[in-house]
Write a protein that binds this ligand. Sequence first.
Ligand code: NAP
Ligand code: G4F
Length: 326
Amino acid sequence: MPTALITGITGQDGLYLAELLLTKGYDVHGLIRGQNNPKRDLVEHLLPDVRLHHGDLTDMSSLIRALRDSDPDEVYNLGAVSFVAYSWENAALTTDVTAKGVLNMLEAVRLHAGGHPEDVRFYQASSSEMFGKVQEVPQHERTLLWPRSPYGVSKVFGHYMTINYRESYGMHASSGILFNHESPRRGPEFVTRKISEAVARIKLGLQDHVVLGNLDAERDWGFAGDYVEAMWLMLQQPRGDDYVVATGETHSIRDFLDAAFAHVGIDDWTPYVRQDERFMRPAEVDHLIGDASKAREVLGWKPKVSFRELVAMMVDADLAATRQGW
Ligand code: NAP
Ligand code: G4F
């Protein structure tokens, strides 16, 4: 039975990845931080077979302990301060966790594996946010990186550090450059979930409008459940490498609003949406669209859920959850 250790197991991707690995027969371990993490109950409820280890990406000794106690064949480093807007407010914390945390994890894996660093396969959650002010359309593995936020800069550090450990120590280290992926488990601070929750509440008469920022930004949005399969596929290859994971389609926030409101029978959303400066960013990433040809050709990966199916899935889940809360 292969063993995996996941950092960020309480997050959207951590939950889907843990479910996927359990269905594949893995012994799954997760890193959980804090003395009384409120998401612990959720993980234990959804994934009773997962073993949790206390640790924090900023504390290398805790990572070494978690590796010693789980002794994994595969490490998926998903933990991060992941909300781009928050990264301007807490640039130093973002750097400690999202940048230096990757180095801590790589170094802990190298020390744990002794003379055989290639024995522990490593996945780093890199991001399309690294492309920032895009220098090429669509973006692929060799597109010049031009990050636009402390989060993006931190992800660039983690990305190159992963490549460096692969090249310096022969580690089986892969970096998945994942474009935005969403689901009913997406945090409510991200725009898609903010919209799906608001649409459900507006439809049910519990809210009369939603306040957003820039509606013109474009993202390549896929379904998180599809994207964790790509993570796993990367670690099944003979060598570590970098892969873009994306749908190859881009949509603006307006398109998301169109689809979400239309799904509940509202054709004109303008009376329900307001804009406010406080949700605008100091530097925006305007246009993301990924070229996932390499993932398709080498990993045999392609997305299964379309943009419209994703929007419908998220709105339906929020309608059901809101009704249950009545
Ligand atoms: P998420 O839902 O925000 O989850 C982030 C996870 O990181 C949570 O489990 C969080 O734990 C953990 N974490 C935060 N600070 C930590 C620390 N100091 N030590 C250990 N763990 C810590 O993010 P996600 O959407 O699942 O994304 C997973 C990863 O992929 C992240 O690295 C993200 O940056 C990256 N990524 C995401 C996307 C996307 O569209 N979703 C695209 C590209 C890359 P708590 O629950 O305790 O806060
Ligand atoms: O949903 P977002 O906050 O996601 P963003 O910034 O693209 O980051 C997500 O995807 C990255 C991959 O490219 C990940 F690495 C990262 O961890 C995270 O998962 O914002 C999407 C767009 C932005 O252009 C933002 O300005 O939506 C725009 N937006 C407009 N109004 C808003 C809002 N974003 C949020 N969060 N809230 C708003 O009210």
